[in-house]
Design a binder for this molecule. Structure first.
Ligand code: URA
Length: 434
């Protein structure tokens, strides 16, 4: 006999562990519209306060996957591996990583999201390329994966639909920051891609969702556990998001930075170091290298040989890019350093806020973004500076944005007289031996 939904809410409220079947029937009934939003949000709030044990989180993830269809990747000959980042300012690794992994023999069905709030979204960045389509049918996606080895697309209607409904509800009921709910939300989408392995880039710091190391570790371990329970090897890198990643923040400017890197080859920049590390871990999960170092060499060679750019161009064109140039903002203004010294600090959160104010991000899900605005040639922490040297180039839509944008940029950069200690890019890894 079916129990009324409030019994499940009450049991979680009182600290009882829910059974897998109880979680499954609650989620599937919510998906079918048989449980109203107010009962679902009450359950989310009790989960936020009471937490969930690993078995409950796995059951929640499985139920959300069951609400939709999984990608049937069995026709693909390559190992199917993906990466997920918890999001950060200037985080553009996916744009290089997907074609790089494909150039190294993997298939990457990367289902990505849009930016909301301060952190940018891969889909928004890619839509700077004139004609790029983020919606592919399952047949188109599989055909592209078979031919090119990679695709970066949005979440389809069929993929974990319960998560889409639930995420919107959590967003307006204060239920986003719960590790069990975040774990299930991310993992149900990723595991619906029919993966053989998943690499997580969990960002920690001012420009990230997770501000503290303990939370980042807890999230990473929770996602690794769910992967293990659901038979998918998962490893995680915990990386620094106190500073923006790379020299550009925005949409078209970030795509341009990736194209430049792919065309110019390896350089010891944080963007390449992190991308190469994540790529090497994807190769390790696929059994394509014996060690992290060997994986890094394979990635370096792929970039050096031009194979990564060739793959990226093929993917962009397969998804509709017509070869036209990226949009340019009408006004590009170099901001000079007011003093000589060293860049001591660059505040990712403040830079993210600046790009949002310029129109490069969205405050509400339905907002339109301006792909052309943002900043490029951003100086890096520990870089020496002369007075008057460019700190960054602002890409502005209107002249009246100039003075506030300049003030915000200067406020985000701290220049001092001493060279600072170098900042750590990758704090630690979890989940697999290296
Ligand atoms: N990203 C998701 O997909 N879900 C969350 O809950 C948080 C971040």
């Amino acid at each position: 006999m079916e129990h009324p939904p409030q019994w499940t809410i009450e049991r979680k409220r009182d600290g009882t562990t829910l059974s897998a079947e109880e979680i499954r029937s609650f989620i599937l009934a919510y998906h079918r519209g048989e449980i109203p939003d107010y009962q679902m949000s009450a359950l989310c709030m009790t989960i936020l306060w009471r937490g969930m044990n690993p078995e409950e989180v796995s059951a929640l993830t499985s139920a959300m996957m069951e609400s939709g269809q999984c990608l049937d990747s069995s026709s693909l000959s390559q190992p199917v591996i993906d990466k997920h980042s918890s999001g950060g300012i200037g985080d553009k690794t996916s744009l290089i990583l997907a074609p790089m992994a494909a150039a190294c023999g993997l298939a990457v069905p990367m289902i990505s999201g849009r930016g909301l709030g301060l952190t940018g979204g891969t889909l928004d960045k890619l839509e700077s390329l004139p004609g790029y389509r983020t919606r592919l049918s399952e047949q188109e996606l599989l055909a592209q994966l078979a031919k090119e080895g990679c695709a970066i697309v949005g979440q389809s209607e069929q993929l974990a639909p319960a998560d889409r409904k639930l995420y919107a509800l959590r967003d307006v009921t204060g239920c986003v920051p719960s590790i069990p709910l975040i774990t299930a939300s991310i993992m149900c989408k990723k595991l619906s891609e029919g993966l053989h392995g998943l690499v997580l880039d969990v960002k920690v710091g001012r420009g990230a969702f997770m501000k503290h190391m303990e939370d980042a570790r807890e999230l990473a371990d929770s996602m690794i556990r769910v992967g293990r329970e659901l038979n998918t090897p998962v490893c995680a890198v915990i990386s620094n998001m106190d500073h923006p990643l790379g020299h550009s923040v925005g949409n078209a400017v970030e795509v341009q930075e990736c194209i430049d890197l792919m065309q110019q080859g390896p350089s010891e920049t944080p963007l390449w170091i992190l991308t190469r590390d994540l790529g090497a871990r994807m190769l390790q999960l696929a059994g394509r290298c014996q060690s992290l170092q060997e994986g890094q060499c394979i990635c370096n060679q792929a970039l050096q040989s031009g194979a990564v750019w060739a793959k990226a161009e093929a993917m962009f064109r397969a998804q509709g890019w017509n070869g036209e140039a990226l949009p340019q903002a009408p006004l590009q203004v170099d901001i000079p350093s007011p003093q000589a010294g060293w860049v001591q600090d660059l505040d990712a959160e403040k830079i993210g806020r600046l790009v949002l104010l310029l129109g490069g991000g969205r405050r509400q899900v339905e907002d339109q973004i301006d792909h052309a605005v943002g900043l490029s040639r951003l100086c890096q922490v520990a870089e020496p500076l002369e007075t008057g040297q460019t700190l960054a180039t602002l890409h502005l839509r209107r002249e009246d944005q100039r003075s506030e944008a300049t003030a915000l940029l200067l406020d985000a950069i701290h220049i001092g007289e001493q060279a600072p200690d170098p900042s750590t890019l990758i704090y630690e890894t979890r989940g697999i031996e290296t």
